[in-house]
Design a protein around this ligand. Structure first.
Ligand code: CA
Length: 714
């Protein structure tokens, strides 16, 4: 017996200590079935766990569909997890409840004589919410609704009960029009909240195998199939777009949609984690490949063509929209550049088209210019793609001209496109606190980084040296709003004195949706400069530590109420670290510039494990068009793009024991962390293709050649 114990016990202990010898678990079946589209839907105006809706769509698809629970058609919170009633099924283009929708219309089956608008009780127990397939049971009508998408069309399948008065309602919204002629309906939606020129229309076309917008008799179990498509260009183009689904059955379209999702999600295959982690990872990857969405269509000649929300004309070529660069320059676009560069090549071509169609690139597009947020971060979006060789030379020349133009101008009607305060910034080196321009320090910091990005593009295009130097010099303007006394960024008056009184806990005012503790780190391109400005590595580390040690106190006097981002920081129990909003999301990785990257690894793991899940409250603030999801995807892989356009990732703490990224040309990046487990976030060393790295940074160009990255965990 003793001898047997001696053999078995050490074996059991070894199994617990180091599962590395055991086989590594993998997601089973379709990756698309690890996705829950309900993550983030348990949100409202006061508190966001994502502020998402269950988008039924193909990756980057022009049209999404969502079930609706809202009673008002203009409600930005169209679907809320806690609601009891379904009020319709909407074609939506909404990027965020704060921006709201455009071109929306909705469809709702019902029976009986509905008093007012039809609506029905439902349960999440009788709902299936996948990217490629949605099903719900409308209890009050005994109707099952199913939806499956293509890029610009969708198929719906309604299963009716026995009824003498079944009906399919179509709501064209606002001043829209719908005309039904028995089994076909056509019309248009003009719904919008800005961002479109005069004459904007979303033309839709619906064909069904039952009458539309009039009662008809159904037998129990009778199935009615609807084919729906739309176009921003014309009714004729809507008919072309309907070809995506015409003549195909629901199940065939659904299988193709699932295959497309499996292919896109399968570009990153993770293994050696738990099912819960796979669900969170693939739900985040799903959110990372929805926006910006296609706004172009395929013309009769097979070529891309688009309605331009910038000049109201139909123009040739690509166009993507519905993203805020203030959010998405950080990790979402870098993720596209790594895993889906073919898609970002189209997005960049679209940006060049925008530059041809009007004087400014958008900073927030939905579908055209929207006045939202600060900065000129289109420069980062252009530069990161350019540095990685994704943009054509011809387009890059056009884009560069637009970037330079934006650095000296502001859009005549949309203050967040171009640069508000450029005169002060370019002459004085910062936007003063006391000249009536809000969020002046945030603007200064982002313009400085954006100038550094422009300098990278200028270098690629062999622009004159003095031009490159002008932008490089301006990229150091962050120093003008750094207060050596508090070691924080701080408002600065026109006469050079710093803002008084100054509270590092004050949200807004000199900053955007954050405070000095959050914005001080926005020197993406010169972290060593920031380290030395703070007084060296020890002081820098202490300041990073302090973010987590100071209590989550706040001053909301600038807003006059506690904005939801403040609440989301408080409830996270990480001091003043605010992962629920974008300005600080790269901060954890700045420990890589100190001798204590372990601290960053600890917090990165804690953030992944505690602030993300696959539940309906699975985010810790606004998801924001893929940005907060892309943070998780990168972090789970073990690195993060602290400074887009630098060609470098900062290493973190990988979540899985294995990951396999398929790059174009069938190159693979294999990531292994054999000793990994839930309680060991710490990395002892990293080897790339067998060579140990002597610093925690990864060269993207080297990585993209393919190879193996091995994290040795402590
Ligand atoms: Ca946000």
């Amino acid at each position: 017996m003793n001898s047997l114990k001696q053999i078995i016990l050490p074996a059991i202990i070894a199994l617990f200590l180091c599962g590395c010898s055991a086989s590594v678990s993998e997601p089973a079946g379709h990756l698309s079935d690890y996705v829950s589209t309900l993550v983030g839907t348990q949100s409202d105006f006061t508190f966001s766990t994502g502020n998402t809706y269950p988008a039924i769509a193909l990756p980057w698809g022009m049209n999404f569909w969502t079930p609706m629970t809202s009673q008002r058609e203009q409600d930005g919170w169209a679907y809320q997890y806690g609601a009891h009633k379904i009020t319709g099924f909407k074609q939506t283009h909404q990027p965020s409840p704060w921006i709201n929708d455009y071109g929306a219309f909705s469809i709702m089956p019902f029976n009986g004589t509905a008093e007012g608008k039809p609506s029905s009780w439902f349960s999440h127990k009788s709902e299936e919410a996948r990217p490629y397939y949605y099903r719900v049971y409308l209890a009050d009508y005994d109707i099952t609704v199913e939806i499956t998408p293509t890029e610009r069309a969708a198929v719906m399948r309604f299963t009716f009960p026995e009824s003498a008065s079944s009906c399919i309602a179509i709501n064209p919204y606002q001043d829209g029009v719908v005309i039904a002629a028995r089994r076909t309906a056509m019309g248009y939606s003009v719904q919008n909240h800005g961002g479109v020129p005069e004459g904007f229309r979303n033309h839709f076309l619906i064909e069904a195998d039952a009458p539309l917008m009039e009662p008809f008799a159904t037998t129990r179990g009778q199935v009615v199939t609807l084919y729906v498509a739309s176009s921003f260009i014309s009714p004729e183009q809507a008919a072309l777009n309907l070809e995506e689904v015409k003549g195909r059955g629901f199940d065939e379209v659904c299988a193709a949609a699932q295959a497309r999702w499996d292919e896109i999600l399968g570009r990153i295959r993770v293994a050696g984690g738990t099912d819960d982690q796979y669900r969170t990872f693939y739900s985040c990857l799903y959110r990372s490949v929805l926006f910006p969405r296609k706004f172009y269509e395929i013309g009769a000649d097979g070529q891309p063509v688009h309605y331009s929300p910038y000049n109201g004309q139909v123009e040739p070529g690509y166009l993507y929209t519905d993203t805020g660069f203030w959010d998405t320059f950080r990790a979402l676009f870098p993720l596209l550049n790594l895993v889906y560069p073919d898609v970002n090549a189209e997005i960049q071509a679209g940006l060049a088209n925008i530059a041809r169609e009007n004087d400014f690139l958008p900073e927030w597009a939905s579908p055209g210019h929207r006045n939202c947020m600060v900065g000129n971060n289109s420069a980062a979006v252009v530069a990161d793609a350019a540095v990685q060789g994704i943009t054509s030379r011809e387009d890059l020349e056009v884009l560069y001209k637009a970037l330079v133009h934006a650095s000296e101008n502001v859009h005549p009607t949309v203050g967040s496109s171009g640069r508000t305060g450029h005169e002060y910034y370019n002459n004085l080196g910062y936007i003063p606190y006391d000249v009536g321009i809000n969020e002046n320090v945030a603007r200064t910091l982002e313009y400085a980084y954006d100038d550094w990005c422009i300098a990278q593009v200028a270098r690629l295009l062999d622009r004159p040296q003095e031009e490159i130097e002008r932008f490089e010099k301006r990229s150091q303007n962050w120093r003008n709003v750094f207060d050596p006394e508090s070691r924080l960024m701080r408002g600065r008056n026109q006469d050079g004195s710093f803002q008084e009184p100054f509270s590092p806990y004050k949200w807004g005012d000199a900053f955007t949706e954050g405070n000095a503790w959050h914005y001080t780190w926005s020197v993406f391109h010169d972290v060593p400069g920031l380290v030395s400005a703070m007084g060296g590595e020890a002081a820098f580390t202490q300041m990073l530590d302090s973010v987590f040690r100071v209590p989550p106190i706040y001053d909301d006097s600038y807003y006059g109420y506690r904005i939801h981002e403040i609440t989301e920081m408080q409830v996270a129990d990480m001091g003043n670290y605010a992962h629920g909003n974008q300005p600080a999301q790269h901060m954890l990785y700045l420990y890589d510039w100190t001798s204590e990257p372990r601290k960053g690894q600890h917090y990165i793991r804690e953030t992944m494990n505690r602030l993300y899940s696959s539940a309906p409250d699975g985010y810790c603030g606004d998801e924001d068009n893929g940005q907060t999801s892309a943070w998780y995807v990168f972090s789970a892989l073990g690195f993060y793009p602290v400074c887009p356009a630098s060609g470098q990732y900062a290493a973190g703490s990988p979540l899985f024991r294995k990951a396999d990224i398929t790059l174009p040309g069938n190159q693979h990046i294999l990531i292994e962390a054999p000793g990994n487990g839930p309680d060991c976030p710490y990395v002892r060393s990293i080897r790339l293709n067998g060579s140990a790295l002597d610093h925690p940074f990864l060269d993207i160009a080297t990585l993209k050649k393919g190879g193996k990255l091995v994290y040795e965990m402590e």
